[in-house]
Design a binder for this molecule. Structure first.
Ligand SMILES: [Fe+2]
Length: 272
């Protein structure tokens, strides 16, 4: 780390904005829950350096949904970064970003930005429709990331992606939702374990943390729904009466701290 003693970011995921404000998914209004989340972040997130949305921004990437998402997420005061989820398209995600400082051209690794000498790498692992809702870590990306890790020796790296790269000990997730070749990504990261500060993802609509071979994997919740991820869950079970929540991540010289923050909705006035 360079000049600052720590970097903080707010991580949330899977907002599934629909084509109108009253759109519901799993019996919950996705626009309203996201609006409350954004309002809360703008009021309380002053110390954060940026916001990251790890994908499934919209439920379906039609023009009306994209415009509604754009109008909503443009209200975020902090620099905001977005990952392409399996419900999104790369071009709409490009349009939502509010400030990349650098990019990797023709490398198959989407984008990165640097803060405090830390590299924040955003990996787009959306695959063809046939494998949905899996993602895939392609051979091209593996080569590009391997080269990138070689070129950036000595620099600390944070990785963002939509799909879980590793199994999470929940049968339906491990069968249906993982990043294909995520084990290859994991092996690559383990080779640079000392400088990989964490892998942050979404897609499973649930907070999750695992330290595997020295690599920290953490997912952020969805504001409007939660998928059950128990070791006994053979099929997805959806909980929608859940509190709006997000992760608050702080990286300092000696730790990576992840706080699951829950919003008390009664704190909001009628004009949200
Ligand atoms: Fe997803």
């Amino acid at each position: 780390m360079d000049d600052k003693s720590s970097i903080s970011f707010i991580h949330f995921s899977d907002t599934h904005i629909g084509n109108h404000k009253s759109f519901q998914l799993y019996k919950r209004n996705t626009f309203e829950t996201s609006a409350k989340l954004i309002n809360h972040i703008n009021k309380t997130g002053a110390a954060a350096d940026f916001v990251i949305h790890s994908g499934d921004i919209v439920n379906s990437p039609d023009d009306d949904s994209i415009q509604l998402a754009k109008s909503l997420f443009s209200k975020l005061i902090k620099p905001s970064y977005f990952i392409n989820g399996n419900h999104d398209t790369p071009s709409m995600v490009e349009n939502l970003q509010t400030g990349f400082s650098e990019s990797i051209a023709n490398a198959g690794v989407s984008r990165f930005f640097t803060l405090n000498n830390i590299i924040f790498l955003i990996l787009d692992t959306q695959g063809p429709r046939e494998i949905d809702p899996h993602g895939v870590f392609s051979e091209k990306q593996e080569k590009a990331l391997s080269d990138f890790l070689s070129r950036s020796t000595g620099r600390e790296i944070v990785l963002f992606c939509h799909f879980p790269p590793v199994s999470i000990d929940s049968p339906w997730v491990d069968r249906d939702m993982l990043m294909i070749n995520g084990d290859r990504l994991h092996k690559l990261l383990v080779q640079s374990e000392a400088r990989i500060l964490g892998v942050f993802f979404g897609h499973i609509h649930h907070h999750f943390t695992e330290l595997r071979d020295g690599i920290l994997y953490t997912s952020a919740p969805s504001p409007f729904s939660r998928f059950s991820i128990l070791p006994t869950d053979q099929q997805v079970r959806i909980e929608s009466g859940i509190p709006i929540s997000f992760n608050y991540v702080t990286i300092s010289r000696d730790s990576v701290r992840v706080k699951l923050i829950t919003i008390e909705e009664n704190n909001f006035s009628q004009n949200q």
